[in-house]
Write a protein that binds this ligand. Structure first.
Ligand SMILES: NC(=O)c1ccc[n+]([C@@H]2O[C@H](COP(=O)([O-])OP(=O)(O)OC[C@H]3O[C@@H](n4cnc5c(N)ncnc54)[C@H](O)[C@@H]3O)[C@@H](O)[C@H]2O)c1
Length: 256
């Protein structure tokens, strides 16, 4: 029970990787705030909060668009209402538009940046504001885990807005880690490689899956639980002297 008596806000936790992180954190004892625009998992199946309750864990859903500051603050407030503190935020919500530069509309660019970059800024800011006012447990006032991507470091095929937003996440992770280390706030990122979730469309087109497997030395593509276990480690007391890191969970993609 590595997160016993801890609270965690996880954005985009209705489905996919966010749901796996929420279930994993709840298994380890956390009270989980599922912050998403919908309760319905994209891939179908049980809503995250119901799945956590069925497994004996504790959780609450807060409808939250991460590009709207009031929504993000309300999600943090829900965690604080439970125990008086926010121990962990996982900024996971993100979208892609699957277009190259010359086909990317200004509106699409703005929407991706509003969720993938500004949403992470708002999540980190709300978390840091809360964490600065709470006592540390051992050395740590709170922890931030941002979900980035290998495509924050190398080009995102046919999705310049997504890649630019993820590069911003990698940057913010380092800046926040450096700026708030003295205040006992730990900030890291997890960079998934190709993870099979409930995504439809270009993400699972045969050519895209073949490209991803060709880039991935490990003989399978990733699972949401692969990412959830890494997020759990960075959210736990085991990872205190690790900050500003962008942990690849990519089957070796970036080593290839
Ligand atoms: N799946 C992959 O291969 C992969 C690879 C690298 C990085 N990632 C990253 O992992 C994270 C999760 O990806 P996924 O594959 O599970 O995606 P997904 O599309 O399956 O799930 C994303 C979740 O975010 C929610 N969401 C969308 N817009 C939101 C908003 N404005 N506010 C709050 N919630 C919102 C959706 O409702 C959904 O529940 C993302 O940050 C993504 O960029 C995924």
């Amino acid at each position: 029970m590595r997160l016993q008596n801890r609270t965690a806000v996880i954005t985009g936790a209705a489905g996919g990787i966010g749901k796996a992180i929420a279930l994993r954190f709840a298994e380890e004892g956390a009270f989980v705030v599922v912050a998403d625009i919908t309760e319905t998992p994209r891939e179908g199946g049980t809503a995250t909060v119901d799945a956590i309750h069925a497994a004996g864990g504790t959780a609450a859903f807060v409808r939250c668009d991460v590009s709207v500051n009031a929504d993000v603050e309300a999600a943090v407030a829900r965690a604080v209402a439970e125990t008086g503190r926010l121990d962990v935020i996982v900024n996971n919500a993100a979208i892609g538009v699957d277009t190259p530069l010359h086909e990317t509309s200004e509106a699409d660019w703005d929407r991706v940046m509003a969720i993938n970059a500004k949403g992470v800024f708002l999540g980190c800011r709300a978390a840091v504001r809360q964490m600065l006012g709470q006592e540390g447990i051992d050395e740590v006032r709170g922890r931030i885990v941002n979900i980035s991507s290998q495509h924050g470091m190398i080009r995102a095929p046919n999705d310049i807005a997504y890649g630019a937003g993820k590069a911003a996440v990698v940057y913010m992770t380092r800046q926040i880690a450096g700026d708030y280390a003295n205040h006992g706030i730990v900030c890291n990122a997890v960079a998934p490689g190709k993870i099979l979730t409930g995504k439809t469309g270009p993400a699972i087109a045969p050519a895209m899956l073949a490209y991803s497997q060709a880039r991935t030395p490990w003989p399978r593509l990733g699972r949401p639980l692969d990412v959830a276990n890494a997020a759990l480690f960075l959210a736990s007391d085991e990872a205190t002297y690790i900050t500003g890191e962008n942990l690849m969970v990519d089957g070796g993609w970036m080593a290839n």
